[in-house]
Design a protein around this ligand. Structure first.
Ligand code: ADP
Length: 287
């Protein structure tokens, strides 16, 4: 099965990504030297979109070489979870009729084809999968495929990218030093209100005025968090609120379902957020 792991994995269109710092230049430099990259930051702040954008720039953009352009799937994205094992990444033998056939996993495909492999939320994965990446991220650049008794040399164009959310982890699930000291680390955070306004407008289709209100709401809720709430709000949820409005839902109700109730089950926290929504959208709600 050679299905791409994401629907847009062949990257025939440029993904929309608004740079927030020097992350584009840093990633390009890391790729030029084939240095593994760790993206750190809270959930829904743009890490996955950034990798898609970089894969497009490197493999499809104006400066991409003919060799890189010829790669069918420049990016293999794997959302890690607690059941994800080395087998899921490397591949497995499957029974087809009377025959046993080998099926490559996404990591093996990237290693062989010379593309980018992105392991999202790596600390969620089982330990055997983190061990796998060690031999790929030092001078050896090899992938052992135990079940086939093979050791693959990574293609020169292969790059490993991982992400994790430092605020979200508990001690047991922290990224081990032996793993993290194999990557350059690029920090991500939620964008400024101005940048988030553009992102929300682009992604949801609301006008800039409403996008600005949603971005302001996001900043205020994140500020509340610093004063005792555990929960922030992701750019993704602000976009959802915009999309609900585009579909005809009133602003306060859209924010209620896409943000307040989505972020927290605690009714006090929800009420505090609803009060901020009322203050920001007062005119549109009464008008
Ligand atoms: P993460 O991988 O950090 O959890 P995503 O990359 O999935 O987050 O981001 C969530 C959504 O927020 C994206 O689908 C995209 O719509 C939007 N987004 C966040 N940051 C940006 C950005 N800088 N440029 C464009 N879109 C962004």
């Amino acid at each position: 099965m050679n299905n791409p792991t994401t629907p847009s994995a062949n990257l025939d269109q440029e993904p929309f990504y608004l740079p927030v710092g020097d992350e584009v230049a840093l990633f390009k430099a890391a790729y030029a030297q084939r240095l593994p990259v760790l993206l750190k930051g809270p959930t829904g702040c743009g890490k996955t979109r950034f990798v898609e954008y970089m894969a497009y720039q490197l493999f499809r953009g104006a400066q991409a070489s003919a060799e890189l352009r010829s790669i069918e799937y420049p990016l293999q994205t794997i959302a890690c979870h607690e059941d994800l094992s080395a087998t899921d990444l490397v591949g497995r033998f499957l029974l087809q009729g009377d025959e046993t056939v080998w099926q490559d996993g996404p990591l093996t495909r990237a290693v062989q084809e010379g593309s980018i492999c992105y392991l999202d939320e790596i600390v969620e994965a089982r330990k055997d999968s983190t061990v796998l990446i060690h031999s790929l991220t030092d001078h050896r650049r090899i992938l052992p495929i135990e079940k086939r008794g093979l050791i693959l040399d990574a293609h020169p164009n292969f790059l490993l990218v991982i992400s994790y959310n430092p605020g979200y982890q508990n001690v047991l699930k922290d990224l081990k030093t032996s793993t993290r000291q194999r990557f350059i680390a690029i920090d991500f955070d939620y964008p400024s209100v101005a940048a988030e306004t553009d992102i929300i407008a682009h992604e949801s289709g609301v006008d800039l005025a409403v996008a600005g209100q949603l971005a302001t709401l996001g900043a205020k809720i994140r500020h509340l968090r610093e004063h005792g709430f555990d929960e922030g709000v992701s750019t993704r949820l602000l976009i959802y609120a915009g999309q609900m409005m585009v579909a005809g839902v009133a602003p306060d109700r859209a924010c209620d379902v896409a943000i307040c109730r989505a972020v927290s089950d605690d009714t006090d926290v929800q009420s505090a957020m609803q009060a901020v929504v009322q203050a920001i959208f007062a005119e549109s709600i009464t008008g």
